[in-house]
Write a protein that binds this ligand. Structure first.
Ligand SMILES: Nc1ncnc2c1ncn2[C@@H]1O[C@H](COP(=O)(O)OP(=O)(O)O)[C@@H](O)[C@H]1O
Ligand SMILES: CC(=O)OP(=O)(O)O
Ligand SMILES: [Mg+2]
Length: 412
């Protein structure tokens, strides 16, 4: 079975086409700057030459049509007909309390995703646009949705509730949800496999540090706490998001600077984090480069980023009364030896001993970076959210086929 995985953002679509027989990737690519006359399309088949083009792509429907054209292309394509693709799986960031597992898409699921727009205004509308774009370009195609929040639905109440009036939880479902769940799940399973111990007996902390960054405490394979909250703004310092701050800053700044709700929201999501502290970039690669050239603000941004992450690792070790495994993943976690070193340096009291040579070694593979006698095993595990989406989609579509196309079940 061939499955197309789509991760739709507000102005981009990333895709991968899987052959589920051996879970190989037949082609991958992305469409960026959707909505402009200069959208960038990058298409990479597993074999043969790829495509990079700039063209006017004004909406997600057009973007998906272009992706399908490329998958079918005489020279760069990987399938002979669209009928070879049996299902499409989507990443949806917010599933609220409605979705504890992945589900097949129907009208009710689409309605629920729409109901959650308020909680993820940057992410959920884009996902729904992706689903609708597939519907229009590939009528009757089975589609599944995999939620960033689902893995964290195991958190206990004392971890997910905020100490604010309970009426707000009852009326508006204001609570911690957590994100990047697909990634935290994938890397935790992979780390347990590499260590060769059942995940049920391990206390792990997984650090997904990319543009968005979050840290999760995983005990016995279940998320028991995570740093992102109601929205992907809480927790760690990020590229352009503040992460944790005193909530009183919001009304204070609004009054002093005469900002509207929208403006303060934009300040915290788009103009804060490493971008605000460095004064020039939210991109860790550029921060590290500038720091090495002696830029003091870049150094401050780097130090704050690592310090705040280290505090979370300490807190989650306390939440689990111990730590066996520390995992780094996503763009920064997989590539920045500097960040991993700075975070681990302050964790020797927990039993974290880095192997400096292993930490510096560049590799695309999952690997250990702790010293052989380190009590806590430290690993770098490249994330693969798309593979989990493809697997869940494959399972749901196969189950429906086996049930003879009976009505779709709604997860748990
Ligand atoms: N070699 C590297 N050294 C330091 N940071 C890196 C390196 N490669 C990528 N990054 C950082 O990873 C981040 C992007 O992470 P990624 O997981 O790709 O983000 P996204 O959330 O967009 O998927 C950026 O801050 C980028 O600078
Ligand atoms: C939820 C979230 O922050 O996602 P991303 O890292 O893709 O921005
Ligand atoms: Mg990401």
């Amino acid at each position: 079975m061939k499955i197309l995985v789509i991760n739709a953002g507000s102005s981009s679509i990333k895709y991968q086409l899987y052959n589920m027989k051996d879970e190989s990737v037949l082609a991958s690519g992305r469409v960026e700057r959707i909505g402009t006359e200069s959208a960038i399309v990058t298409h990479e088949p597993a074999a043969g030459p790829g495509v990079r083009e700039v063209s006017g792509i004004l909406d997600h429907v057009t973007a998906v049509r272009r992706v399908l054209d490329l998958l079918l292309h005489r020279e760069h394509g990987v399938v002979a007909s669209i009928a070879e693709i049996e299902a499409v799986g989507h990443r949806v960031v917010h599933g609220g309390e409605t979705f504890k597992a992945s589900v097949l898409v129907d009208d009710e699921v689409k309605r629920s995703i729409r109901d959650l727009f308020d909680l993820a205004p940057l992410h959920n509308p884009a996902a729904l646009m992706g689903i609708n774009a597939v519907e229009q370009n590939m009528p009757n195609m089975p589609q599944a949705v995999v939620f960033d929040t689902a893995f964290h639905q195991t958190m206990p109440r004392h971890a997910y509730l905020y100490p604010i009036p309970m009426a707000l939880y009852r009326r508006h479902k204001i609570r911690r949800y957590g994100f990047h769940g697909t990634s935290h799940f994938y890397v935790s399973e992979r780390a347990a496999e590499m260590i060769g111990r059942p995940i049920a007996e391990l206390k792990m902390i997984t650090c997904h540090i990319g543009n968005g960054a979050s840290c999760t405490a995983i005990q016995g394979g279940k998320s028991i706490d995570t740093s992102m909250g109601l929205t992907p703004l809480e927790g760690l310092m990020m590229g352009t998001r503040s992460g944790d701050i005193d909530p009183a800053v919001v009304p204070f700044v609004m009054s002093k600077e005469e900002l509207t709700l929208g403006e303060v929201n934009s300040m915290l999501n788009k103009h804060s984090g490493m971008l605000a502290i460095s004064g020039f970039s939210g991109d860790m690669r550029e921060i590290v480069e500038a720091m090495e050239d002696g830029d003091r603000n870049a150094k401050l941004a780097f130090d704050m980023f690592c310090y705040r992450l280290r505090k979370y690792v300490g807190a989650y070790a306390a939440a689990m009364n111990g730590l066996d495994v520390l995992v780094f993943t996503a763009g920064i976690g997989e590539n920045s030896a500097h960040v991993r070193k700075a975070v681990c340096e302050g964790l020797t009291f927990l039993g974290v001993q880095l192997d400096e040579t292993a930490n510096q070694r560049h590799s695309k593979d999952a690997r250990f970076i702790s010293a052989p006698d380190s009590r806590v095993k430290v690993l770098v595990v490249p994330t693969n959210e798309e593979l989990i989406i493809a697997r869940d989609t494959f399972r749901l579509v196969s189950e429906r086929k086996a049930a003879g196309d009976s009505p779709v079940s709604r997860g748990q």
